[in-house]
Write a protein that binds this ligand. Structure first.
Ligand SMILES: [Zn+2]
Length: 825
């Protein structure tokens, strides 16, 4: 224990500051930094469309786009041919001379900006190995995935082939394709309040998802017992979609580079999908013609599933297995209608099994939501057990932070896309592994992945499919809120499962890394996408909820945000403003630090002083000072003299001793006693009573000195251990840093009997504090591990060619033999 003991002379307040803070540590004018400066200068000026409270303004508007689409899937050619009638409603106060559409499939063209700007990372920092073999230089690298991607792009043409763009009546409409965008020039500008209807017909090849990687595509199963194998088709970003036109940006006509997803207009969809007649289709929207495409048994099972307690199979595993080897006799057209959605996606395959369970929301606008999952045998028990239940759990958790689920259907489909969300439908990748004995098993990580990804992608149906934030510019606003909520849902599913990182404590390695940019960075420019857009904002929200604001205020504020912007378009500033407005907590410092900077959290407790009040009474204070003097270690020279047998002169000649040998410098005389008397007499009455009470109480004053090494201002969470075994906790709000963000001192007053043994900062790892060592006072020895290793030597000249040249060349037969031998073993 290393507590410094300082005695205050006169008033304690004069040294460590009263309310006037005359002696607190101050910034100097050259280094002044205000971490609490209000954010208004960084946020857009409030206006009639979005106000200063973070609400949609009194003149808020948004556009609407309605689609009637007929599409046909050519399974053998992996090709879509389709036409759309689009009605665009100009609800803005502006006259539009032209309209923009997204042609996202064009990202797969060989000359797309994405393809041409793809950087090569395979050289490593030193470049390719040019020196002699064995020099130890790393060679340049290219992954098999990259080789396959290049081959996939070389083998076929991708992108939209626009066949015709016409007016409703059929006369051609001028249009210009600009990369992943298309500009349409109507014959007359579209005035405020007007609508325009036009038609587009197109076709495109579907990418092989596992080769080229998009957010949709086909997956081929060559091993299925069917001539030619089978495919699963996931179709998304598959039709020309109206680009967003907003009050804050006008046309969102920014090239699609693959990362920044998209933001779209709400509208109604009426879509007919023609597919091989042995396929099962899962799609955005509500199926309009079940009598045409489902069997009586399937329709009966669907009705049964509406009120079931557990998922009911609509297509059983046995039926799906049988379907896998069937051949279509023709086509079937599945007709779906979706109201007030911002996009439309679908999936089609004869491999799908299908289960469903109704989720009841009494008194909601939609009282029964059909939660449904579609998966091939490769999904196995993993999907049977967890997919549909995870959908239902998501709705149970998310509705508390937002609103009742507003659509009648929500689906999870297994396919080649790891995880992607569209309205009412999500694509999720995890699978089982087929073992040699024919059993399908799955790892703990596949299980976590499946539950986690279903929650995450279904969660996206709230953010951004309904709270329609702008992913093209700000990935974090939907991914961050959604990652936060999916981890809330994960911990409410089973807190013992090792969920992946999205809590503050998980973010430390990222937050101290060099390779990062602020969260408020345009989606396509973000470095370290996962931590930046997903887990750091998620950690920030956990911190706000559990540490800074408290659950009651946070949950109310997030729900306010969700409800204000349900089916509308919030921007980051609307979020920042609403969270403050609805909670009454000033958070500008928090947004500034976590969202606009790359600072990290590292608060150090540097020193702890224990202070006692001087009584000023010489009869008390002088003897205490004498005691302290004698407690000091003997001067080393004096000690060595004693040990060397050197007797001091005064001891050898005792006759020389006088008054001062009997009375040391701490001897009290009446002079001091009179001074003490007059000191007391000269005090004002209130001063004397405060002083006398303080002397009587004899409290322990502890001064804790903290420094902020990471830069982010944070609450100081303290756990203090007293010598009597008691533990005290104190949460000092971040505002303590408002006058000096680098160093602060805090006075803790304890009773006479309470002394402090130790102090710990952030004991529960709530704040992402990067350096744990400096969170203890006194400091603590940190246990860790060290590993012994054997050094390796390699290089061309070290090969034993003399021996190796005798090696026999292996054949397939040898492999078989080895395998049999292994099985016998
Ligand atoms: Zn996501």
């Amino acid at each position: 224990m290393n507590l410094l003991r300082i005695y205050l002379i006169g008033s304690l307040l004069s040294l460590f500051g009263n309310s006037a803070n005359s002696q607190v540590i101050r910034q100097t004018k050259g280094q002044f930094e205000d971490k609490f400066r209000q954010l208004d200068e960084a946020l857009p000026t409030p206006n009639a469309y979005r106000n200063a409270a973070g609400q949609p303004g009194h003149e808020y508007w948004q556009q609407e786009a309605d689609y009637i689409i007929e599409a046909e899937l050519d399974e053998a050619a992996r090709h879509i041919k389709a036409n759309a009638t689009i009605t665009y409603h100009n609800n803005s106060p502006d006259t539009l001379e032209f309209l923009w559409l997204y042609l996202d499939q064009n990202i797969f063209r060989k000359n797309s900006i994405k393809e041409r700007t793809l950087e090569f990372g395979g050289l490593g920092s030193r470049g390719p190995s040019t020196s002699a073999p064995g020099s130890g230089n790393e060679p340049a690298k290219m992954s098999f995935h990259e080789l396959r991607r290049q081959q996939g792009l070389a083998d076929r043409e991708y992108g939209f082939e626009i066949l015709a763009v016409t007016t409703e009546g059929g006369s051609p409409l001028a249009h210009t394709i600009v990369g992943t965008l298309m500009r349409l020039d109507p014959k007359t500008p579209l005035a405020p309040g007007e609508s325009i209807t036009f038609k587009i017909s197109w076709e495109h090849n579907i990418i092989e998802e596992n080769a080229i990687w998009g957010r949709s595509g086909y997956e081929h199963f060559p091993d299925d017992e069917r001539e030619g194998g089978n495919d699963i088709f996931l179709l998304a970003q598959w039709f020309p979609r109206m680009a967003a036109y907003t009050d804050y940006e006008g046309w969102h006509n920014k090239e699609f580079l693959g990362r920044g997803e998209f933001t779209l207009e709400f509208g109604d969809y009426n879509v007919s999908l023609t597919v091989p007649d042995d396929h099962i289709v899962s799609s955005t929207g509500v199926l309009q013609n079940p009598d045409d495409v489902l069997t009586i048994t399937q329709r009966e099972r669907l009705i049964e599933s509406e009120n079931a307690d557990r998922p009911v199979f609509i297509v059983t595993p046995e039926e799906a297995l049988k379907n896998e080897s069937s051949q279509p006799e023709g086509t079937k057209t599945w007709h779906f209608i979706a109201e007030n959605v911002r996009d439309f996606a679908w999936a089609s395959s004869r491999k799908f099994m299908w289960d469903a369970q109704g989720y009841q929301q009494p008194d909601a606008e939609v009282e029964t939501v059909m939660a449904m999952s579609f998966w091939p045998k490769e999904g196995g028990d993993l999907w049977k057990k967890y997919s549909t239940p995870a959908i239902i759990h998501t709705m149970e958790v998310y509705e508390r932070f937002s609103f009742d689920f507003p659509y009648p259907v929500i689906q999870s489909v297994n396919g080649p896309v790891g995880g992607m969300e569209y309205p009412m439908i999500t694509f999720n990748g995890p699978r089982t592994d087929l073992q040699d004995d024919g059993e399908r098993t799955y790892t703990m990580s596949e299980k976590l992945f499946l539950i986690g990804v279903v929650i995450h992608e279904v969660g996206h149906n709230y953010f951004p499919m309904i709270v329609n934030s702008d992913e093209r510019q700000w990935t974090w606003i939907d991914e961050g809120i959604n990652s936060f909520l999916d981890s809330v849902a994960g911990y409410e599913w089973d807190p013992d499962l090792p969920w992946s990182s999205s809590l503050p404590r998980d973010l430390v390695p990222y937050m101290i890394s060099e390779n990062q940019v602020p969260i408020m960075t345009q989606s396509d420019s973000v470095l370290q996408f996962g931590p930046n857009a997903y887990s750091k904002p998620s950690a920030a929200l956990h911190l706000l909820r559990d540490t800074v604001m408290g659950r009651e205020l946070f949950d109310h504020a997030l729900q306010t945000f969700s409800q204000r912007w349900k089916f509308k378009r919030p921007t980051p500033s609307d979020f920042f403003r609403t969270m403050e407005e609805a909670s009454g907590v000033d958070l500008d410092w928090f947004w500034r630090g976590w969202f606009y900077s790359t600072d990290h959290v590292d608060i150090s407790v540097d020193r702890v002083y224990q202070l006692k009040l001087d009584t000023k009474d010489p009869d008390i204070d002088f003897s205490r000072r004498r005691r302290e003097e004698s407690d000091k270690p003997t001067k080393v020279g004096v000690r060595l003299n004693e040990e060397g047998g050197i007797q001091p002169w005064v001891d050898r000649h005792p006759d020389i001793k006088d008054f001062y040998d009997e009375n040391d410098i701490y001897t009290v005389t009446n002079k001091e006693r009179n001074e003490y008397r007059s000191f007391l007499k000269n005090l004002e009455d209130w001063e004397r009573s405060a002083f006398e009470r303080a002397v009587k109480e004899n409290k322990n004053y502890y001064v804790l000195e903290f420094s902020n090494l990471g830069g982010l201002v944070m609450p100081i969470l303290l756990k203090m251990k007293l010598s009597n075994g008691e533990t005290k906790r104190l949460n000092i709000p971040a505002e303590i840093w408002r006058r000096n963000p680098k160093k602060v001192r805090k006075l803790i007053v304890l009773d006479e009997k309470q002394t402090l043994d130790s102090v710990e900062v952030d004991p529960d790892w709530e704040t992402a504090d990067a350096v744990v060592e400096n969170n203890y006072y006194p400091r603590k020895i940190i246990p860790s591990r060290i590993e012994a290793y054997k050094s390796k030597r390699s290089g061309m000249s070290r090969r034993d060619i003399m021996q190796d040249s005798k090696t026999k060349l292996k054949t397939d037969d040898d492999d078989e033999e080895e395998k049999e031998q292994d099985e016998k073993d």
